[in-house]
Each structure stands twice: as structure tokens, then as C-alpha cells.
Write a protein that binds this ligand. Sequence first.
Ligand code: LLP
Length: 411
Amino acid sequence: MNSLEYKNNKLIFDNLDLSESCQNLQTPFYIYSENLIKKNIHEYLSNANENTLFCYSVKANSNLSILKIIASQGLGFDVVSKGELYRVIKAGADPQKIVYSGVGKTSDEIKYALANNIFCFNIESESELNAVNNQAELMNCTASISIRVNPDVSVKTHPYISTGMKENKFGISYNNALNVYKKASKLNNINIIGIDFHIGSQITSIEPFIDSINSIKNLITALNKENINISYIDVGGGLGINYENDTIVNKSEYTTKILDSLSDIDASIIFEPGRSIIGDCGLLVTKIEYIKETSSKNFVIVDASMSELIRPPLYDAYHKIVPVIQHENDLKLYDVVGPVCESADFLGKDRKLNPTESELLVVQDVGAYGSVLSSNYNTRPKPAEYIISDGEIREIRSRDTLDQIISNENP
Ligand code: LLP
């Protein structure tokens, strides 16, 4: 992350000295940078044309303030639930820039999306196609749809976040897609507008995207022969970020190459980036509670845990962990672990540190799939979230209170 660096041994994030500005905030907490979010968005937009729409994938980070910032930059949204749709509407999204993905949309969710006049449903099965048609008929309206095609492309990423292979639950198989399009074209309350794919997340190179586009193009040719014409191609999200010296195709090159590869088709292009917009804009700040050194292993026990950040145990994800005051000498290897009663409760393993009790550590690149995946496991309050805007820190979510955590229970 470029905007995180030591100056005079103090960690600076978006021009703020974290050792000073975080002193009075209760740990653990997430902190984001508005400048960095906008920088990422502009890297995408600088290569776009008037036929390109970026729909930020809300699941990556759904905080209302963050959604508002993203909407203010003209982006649309990719949602996967009534709850996410509710959030983006609250954040001021233009309904005609909302696409709705996901394999299990319920009739209640479809109804809510139709009532809000969203731009497009990304249809993931024939049963869902019929459900959307039926609901639209009941509401006397037409649903615009793309069909999510599974291009059967393998990507080099963690198996839990690969989505575009035959054995994945997502989309309609490549071989069956033409058939489903033909059926869709006969439904009265369905308006076919596009084709969609999403092959996975934390993808580092351009090749799998281009391979998918090539097979999608063959399908478009077959569709045209059937007189089914589409005006939108949704290429999903999935571009990765640099967590641990990963080499990632940059956003400009990614966008340009995808747009170039589709320039021979008369259609608008939709992108659904999530992680690459928000991932490197967020930190988790945590305090060292205890240091435990044993003959076989050293541990730094911090006040953040898998309840606040589950990516390390769930995906074997690597996040850099650094102190807010730099120590260069006497470094030893420590596992950075939390207080939760699970051996899987670690934030990082074998990290070079020279820790002292009460000092603050920063877990990097947690803007995406960090706070959204946090839980109240061990009855731990979900952490506060802050954002740096115009050089000031603003709270954008307060920490749960214990009463909030138990408020839905009936003793
Ligand atoms: N579009 C669809 C249909 C998706 O399913 C996803 C992510 C995206 C867009 C955005 O993908 P991105 O640009 O963020 O890679 N929790 C996992 C990641 C799960 C991704 C799920 N789908 C993690 O922490 O790595």
C-alpha cells in the first residue's frame, strides 16, 4: 500500500500519523481513507468510455458512508441481497445503475428489486428465470435480465473464491446457456439485455478474463444467429490486490485490455469490482495485550481476532502486520493471535516483530471482506469503523454495545 509508510519511524496513513491520531480510539477498529477509495475509482474511470459502467460489488464493504462516496463518483452497484439493495438505495444509488447477482434470490427479494426498478437481474438458473418472470407478471412489469454464464475457466486463486468452473454453483453452464436464452426470449415479462460472467476473486493476471471473453463471444455469435441480441456484457469483478508482494495487472491495463477485446461487439460493458476498489484502503488497528514466549513458539496476543477479521483462517489469507512505531532491531518471529477460543484464531503467523505490551499494530489491506465478514462470535462487539476524509478522522460506524448484541434474543 503506497499511502502507508514510515516517516521518522512513525506509521503514516493518508498523511495522518497513526501513532498520534489513534491513541484515543478504542481498539480494535477499522480505518479507511477516502482519498485512496477515490484514487482507485479514478484509475478505473480514466480508461472508461461512455459505454462503460462500473458497478461496485457491495459485498466487499457495505458501510453506508463508503457506498455514498462510491455513488458520488458516479458508480453503480452490484448487489446480492435485499439488504444490500436497501443499503445502496439509502446511499443514494441510481436504480438504473444497479445489477442484482446471486444464485438464490427469493421471491421477496425479486419483488423488492422490481419495485425499485433496478437495471438488471443477473440470472443464475432456469428456475430463477421463471421466478423473475412470474413475479414481473404479477407486478405487471418487465424485468431486464442478463444470463450469468459459467465459462468454465480456471483461475489461480483460493478454491473458495473461484467461481467460474463447471463444478461451481454459480451461473448457467456454457453448454446450456443458448438453450436458456431461447427460453427467456419466449417469456412475456422478461427483456433480455445482456450476458454476464464472474470467474472468481483475487485474480492477478488478465489471461483468465480474456479467455472467458473469448468463449462468451462465441456464445454471442450463436445468440445473434437466433435473433437474440444483447446490448450489455457484464465481465464481473475479480481483479486482485497486492497483499504479499503479489504482481497484479494494474487497473488501467485490465480495463483497457478488456475493453479492447470487446471493441468488435456493439455493446456497453459493465464491470463489478469490489476488492480492487476498497481492499487497500482499509486498516485494522489492534492493541497488543500480552506477549507469550515459549520454547517452541512466540505469540503476540492482540485485542482483534477472527471475529473482526476472518480472512486469515478462512482463506489462508496473508495480511501484512506492522507496528505504528517502527522497530528495526531485535526482531523475532511471532504468531499474531486473538483472544477467541479457537486455534484458528490468528491474524498472521511467523511475523518479524519486536513487540511491547499496549503498543498498536496495524493489519493492512483489510478494506474488502474485512468488516463485512466480522461476527459477534464469543459475544465480541463488532468494531467501530472510521474514515479519513479531508485530513480528519470521522466515525462511520460505532462499535456494537453489548445490549445491541443481545437485543434480538428473548430470554
Ligand atoms: N461480482 C460477483 C458476482 C461476485 O460474486 C463478486 C465477489 C464480485 C463481483 C466482486 O469480486 P471482487 O472484485 O471483490 O474480487 N470473501 C472472499 C471474496 C469473495 C468474493 C465473492 N464474490 C475474500 O475475502 O477473499
